[in-house]
Write a protein that binds this ligand. Structure first.
Ligand SMILES: [Zn+2]
Length: 265
């Protein structure tokens, strides 16, 4: 039974990823309602209307070898990769009986990641709304428990403060601007990190942060060595925060135990 449920969540995850990617694409291209839901999908270059089998998550990419069947336009690897990641994440979330709001946070991060990866900018309004949701969550928790719940918010503020100082030292006062777009560390990333600190425990938050940095470094190093990127290239960080979040929700406890074992505390 468990295996069936896991497969079910995997399929739901890939389908949701495909739906969210299409939705974000349409929001970005400023489709109007109801077109945003009703208009069929087209090839971006030649305008060929996509058939149902062109829309099957992951498999359609493999069958078409990542190209439009008419004009050969290359489809970004982001689509199948993100579908696979959301599929695996949701099936593992279900396996580890994750709380429902953790799924919502994941879907929000996933949707915002789309913009960060493809356009290197996180849209302002949804990012701020995410922040407001974090505040509402803390308020509700505080009302229920009758004491002020902050989760990792203090750590979040400290981290951002530390990062501001680091950026100031690195770039100086002149060039230091918090941009919502993406150049180095953008304002959007600050809001996302602060919001995550409202939802996560202190332990989860710091683990998420360092796992994200570790994964970003793993990605960056080979690219720097092979000279595909250079020190001034901008790297979208949100995908790594999202991956860090997934890892912590699923394996957080194991990581805490492991670190405790190493430090012998
Ligand atoms: Zn085409």
């Amino acid at each position: 039974m468990q295996i069936l449920l896991t497969i079910f969540f995997f399929l739901i995850g890939t389908a949701l990823a495909s739906f969210l990617n299409a939705l974000m694409y349409r929001i970005d291209k400023e489709y109007k309602y109801p077109e945003i839901y009703t208009k069929p999908s087209y090839c971006e270059k030649c305008g060929k209307q996509l058939k149902w089998y062109d829309l099957i998550p992951i498999l359609s990419y493999i069958f078409t070898k990542g190209k439009c069947s008419k004009c050969g336009y290359k489809i970004t690897i982001y689509y199948p990769l993100s579908e696979l990641i959301l599929g695996i994440s949701l099936s593992l979330f279900s396996l580890y009986h994750t709380q429902w709001y953790m799924y919502l946070i994941l879907l929000t991060l996933f949707s915002l990641t789309y913009f960060d990866v493809l356009y290197k900018a996180i849209p302002k309004i949804p990012t701020l709304l995410f922040g407001v949701l974090g505040l509402i969550y803390l308020t509700i928790l505080s009302i229920i428990t009758k004491e002020l719940v902050l989760n990792a918010t203090v750590s979040g503020v400290l981290l951002l403060f530390g990062m501001c100082i680091l950026l100031l030292v690195m770039y100086g006062f002149k060039n230091f601007k918090l941009k919502d777009g993406f150049e180095g560390f953008g304002g959007g990333d600050f809001v996302i990190l602060l919001t995550l600190s409202m939802f996560l425990s202190t332990q989860q938050f710091w683990t998420m942060f360092w796992v994200s940095i570790f994964l970003a470094t793993l990605f960056l190093l080979p690219n720097l060595i092979l000279k595909k990127m250079h020190m001034k290239s901008s790297l979208p960080l949100l995908p790594f925060f999202t991956l860090g979040y997934i890892v912590v929700v699923i394996y957080g406890e194991n990581i805490f135990e492991y670190v405790r074992g190493i430090l012998m505390i």
